[in-house]
Design a protein around this ligand. Structure first.
Ligand code: C5P
Length: 219
């Protein structure tokens, strides 16, 4: 069983994906983290994330066995890393390397301690369209740019980090634009995806709506 969750930045995909994974006891992969890890590695090397050669080299350097350790780096959550991620994500050779990693995970999902799982929840931008086009359930989670900015702003404030509303809104709009307009695997709902607009929902309501959808359509 594979549940694919796509959508723009800060729409609530990650929380929904983790809640569903916990509920069904499936393994979870935040695929954005893979792109973030590549962007981060390029930044750490002092190079430009838009540099095709550097970004591809960083993607190829991943050892799938130490993926959990790589993806748990807290620096991957930073806004600057997210922006670098959306730059490396435009490069087809980077996507190609990461595509294989994601498909391998979907085919043989495993928990953080390495034990195999009977299902997987993957969240990202192109899971329902490219990575797992045959996923059993597909959600496209979205919300207005302003609502997403409010959420990110509050998250940063709550974590005691500096937050500037206008900077976050600009960053979210830039990323939406880059993710939706790129030639390879652009952000868009799969034809058979259930679109969940969370602009007027909290995380619990979005989770409940997703569970209801699964109960009705995949009983
Ligand atoms: O989801 P998150 O904000 O962590 O993703 C960071 C960036 O990685 C996105 O803006 C997007 O450009 C890229 N990404 C992607 N395909 C995915 C997941 C993330 O292109 N499946």
């Amino acid at each position: 069983m594979i549940i694919a969750i796509d959508g723009p930045a800060a729409a609530g995909k990650g929380t929904l994906a983790q809640n569903l994974a916990k509920h069904f006891k499936y393994a979870f992969l935040d695929t954005g983290r893979l792109y973030r890890a590549v962007g981060y590695a390029v930044l750490q090397a002092g190079k430009d994330p838009s540099d095709k050669t550097e970004a591809t080299k960083a993607a190829k350097a991943f050892d799938p066995k130490s993926i959990n350790q790589i993806l748990s780096n807290p620096a991957l959550r930073e806004e600057a890393t997210g922006n670098a991620a959306s730059k490396v994500a435009v490069i087809p050779s980077v996507r190609e390397v990461l595509l294989q990693l994601q498909r391998d995970f979907a085919e043989h999902p495993f928990f953080e301690d390495g034990t195999p799982a009977k299902g997987a929840v993957l969240d990202g931008r192109d899971i329902g369209t490219v990575v797992c086009p045959k996923a059993d359930v597909k959600f496209f989670v979205t919300a207005s740019a302003e609502v997403r900015t409010d959420r990110r702003f509050k998250e940063l404030k709550d974590a005691g980090k500096p937050a500037d509303y206008d900077v976050i809104l600009k960053d979210i709009k830039e990323r939406d634009e880059r993710d939706s307009k790129r030639a390879t695997a652009p952000l868009k709902p799969a034809e058979d995806a259930y679109v969940l607009d969370t602009s007027n929902m909290n995380a619990t309501q979005a989770y409940q709506a997703a569970l209801d959808f699964i109960a009705i359509n995949h009983a």
